[in-house]
Structure formats: C-alpha cells, structure tokens
Design a protein around this ligand. Structure first.
Ligand SMILES: [Fe+2]
Length: 339
C-alpha cells in the first residue's frame, strides 16, 4: 500500500520513469496528428536502431482534450503534429514538459524550437505564391505586401482566411506591419480576390489552371503532391512557385514538431526518440516523405523540392506568431475576409 502511494506520488511529480522500471519495457507511445505513411518509416528506423518499440495512436482531432482527460495516467510520451497553432495549443494546455539536450540543440536551430523547450521542430514548409506560367511575369510578385496591390484586382485565389495556414501568415503580417498595417493588408488582398475564399490549397492551383485566377497562396509541399497525382499534375504544371518575402525580411514558414507530454511514462525512451527524430538523417526521411524542408544544419531537401529554388526563411520564432494568432483571427473576422 505504502509502495503504491509512493508510486502514485512520484507519478504525479512526473517521475514515473524513475519509480517504475518503465524504460526497461523498451517502449515509447506517440500520439500523432500526422499520417501513418509519414511516421511509419521513422518509427521503423528508430526501432531498428534502438530496439525500442514504438506504439502510435493516429488521431484526427481532440489530442489536447484526450491528454487533459488522461492526466497523469496518460500512456502518451510524445506528440507529433504540424502547424504552430497546434504545437502552441498543446503547450498552452499544460500537457507538455520542457526537454533539452545537446543533441536537440545541435539538430534544431533556435528559431525552430520553443524558447521554453516544450516543442522541437522537425521540418518546415513555406507559404508561397503559386503564379500562372502564362499570365504572371517573372518578378511581378516578390513580396507578401504586393498581394494587396490593386494591380492584382480580380486575380488572386485563396482558401479561407480562418484556415490555420492563413492565420499563421496573417500573424506574420501583424508581426511585420503591426495590427493597422495587417488590417489594411487583409482588406487589400480581399479586394483583389477573384472569388470568395473556398477549398484547400490545391483547389487554388486548379483555379489558376482553369483560368479563374492568376496567383494563389499555398504551401510548398502541395506542388510535390500535385505532381505525384495523375489528375492534379496539369494544375501543378500550369504554375511557378514564387517565394515572396516580407519587405526587408524573409519568407513565411510553418513547422512540424514533436513535444514530450507532461505525464510521459517512458521519459528516457521518449528523449531518445526526440533526439532520433531531430537527427539530420531522420529529418531528411521525414521531409522527403511530404516534400518539406529539413532544418538541421547541413541537411538538404529532396531534389524536386530543391528545384523550386532557394529562399531565406523569415527569422521570427514561431511562438511569437502563435502569440499573435487570436489577433490575426480577429482581424480576419473584422474585415469579413471570407465574404
Ligand atoms: Fe496541408
């Protein structure tokens, strides 16, 4: 009985790995919002290298609620997800714990991990402009600010302004131009839209292909996905990728990352897996599977992704943008962007 109480108390303090021989189980449990085809090659490689078994629960939604409901008894050690809004949401819900190590710091540039070390980045994707090869000249669009220029009237397509990708971009606009500037920018872009925001990023490229608009906002990896799809290949081949920058700054990127849960029962194995996932080789496997960019020093994207060109990522920590998320959403609603 005393032993049970002690164990429970230690578990509550997050010391389960010390109190119970959990590490000897040779397991690590992952909650993932990312698809099996992206995660499986990595978990297989990790198990092969370490002998540690990886159990993955693939979730579509409700990760934060599930971790909160499970509390100290949660079996999850790690969460894998994409988009700064999701990473910030798990951290802000208090269900993660800070972790650091020499390997993590060596593998992940400071811009791409939480300043408080609750999450560590694995890959990035840029939010760029898809431009019609026929109707947009080279150099016609170079900045995000450009998108609000009346010369694009009736020529821009985008998905909903309240979609997470666009909210993160709008947060970056606030960071660079201030709230007033961002409001003016949103109004300018809205005035330039060829149609009401709708569909996903790929649907915008399709609309360029069909002649409905000339430029669209989208994530880089969709180019790779469209080129791998028989029906969508033509859409992809009708556009060029342009990496816009903010005036005097870089291109907006978003991130996929990993965080350790607060209750992690297999803490030691979880740290091993974080170090493995952030390693240059694993980052390249992970990035290549979804046409993204690895971030460790010395790593390179796959050939196709490299062929889209080089760019300098905006040097703002993504947690700064996460903090501007609700302001971005509010402005988007204020200007009634989607209507
Ligand atoms: Fe996506």
């Amino acid at each position: 009985m005393l032993k049970q109480i002690k164990t429970a108390a230690l578990t509550a303090l997050g010391l389960a790995a010390v109190a119970a021989p959990a590490a000897a189980d040779g397991e690590v449990n992952v909650y993932s919002y990312r698809q099996p085809e992206l995660i499986k090659p990595l978990t297989d490689a990790f198990t092969k290298e370490t002998g540690i078994k990886v159990n993955v629960a693939y979730l579509k939604k409700g990760m934060v609620e599930r971790l909160q409901a499970e509390g100290d008894r949660s079996p999850a050690d790690l969460v894998l997800t994409v988009d700064i809004s999701r990473l910030a949401a798990v951290v802000n819900a208090g269900v993660t714990q800070p972790v650091t190590s020499d390997a993590l710091k060596a593998n992940v540039p400071a811009l791409y991990h939480d300043p408080e070390n609750h999450w560590w980045g694995l890959t990035t994707r840029a939010r760029i402009v898809y431009a019609s090869q026929d109707r947009v000249a080279e150099g016609e669009v170079t900045t995000y600010e450009d998108l609000a220029d009346p010369k694009w009237k009736g020529r821009i397509c985008t998905r909903s302004g309240t979609n997470a990708y666009n909210v993160a971009l709008t947060a970056a606009v606030i960071h660079h131009l201030g709230e007033e500037g961002a409001k003016t920018w949103l109004e300018g872009v809205k005035a330039n839209l060829a149609r009401k925001p709708q569909g996903n990023d790929r649907a915008q490229v399709k609309a360029i292909w069909s002649g409905e608009c000339d430029i669209a906002i989208g994530n880089t990896y969709y180019m790779g996905k469209m080129l791998s799809d028989d029906e969508q290949k033509d859409w992809a081949e009708s556009v060029n990728i342009v990496f816009p920058t903010f005036e005097g700054a870089g291109t907006h990127v978003n991130i996929s990352g990993v965080a350790m849960t607060k209750a992690a029962p297999n803490k030691e194995n979880a740290l091993k897996m974080m170090e493995f996932l952030t390693s240059p080789v694993a980052q390249e496997i992970y990035a290549d599977a979804n046409f993204e960019y690895p971030i460790a020093p010395g790593t390179e994207p796959v050939g196709l992704v490299k062929s889209w060109g080089d760019f300098a990522a905006d040097d703002v920590n993504l947690m700064t943008l996460a903090a501007l998320r609700s302001a971005a959403l509010k402005l988007t609603e204020q200007v009634d962007f989607d209507n």
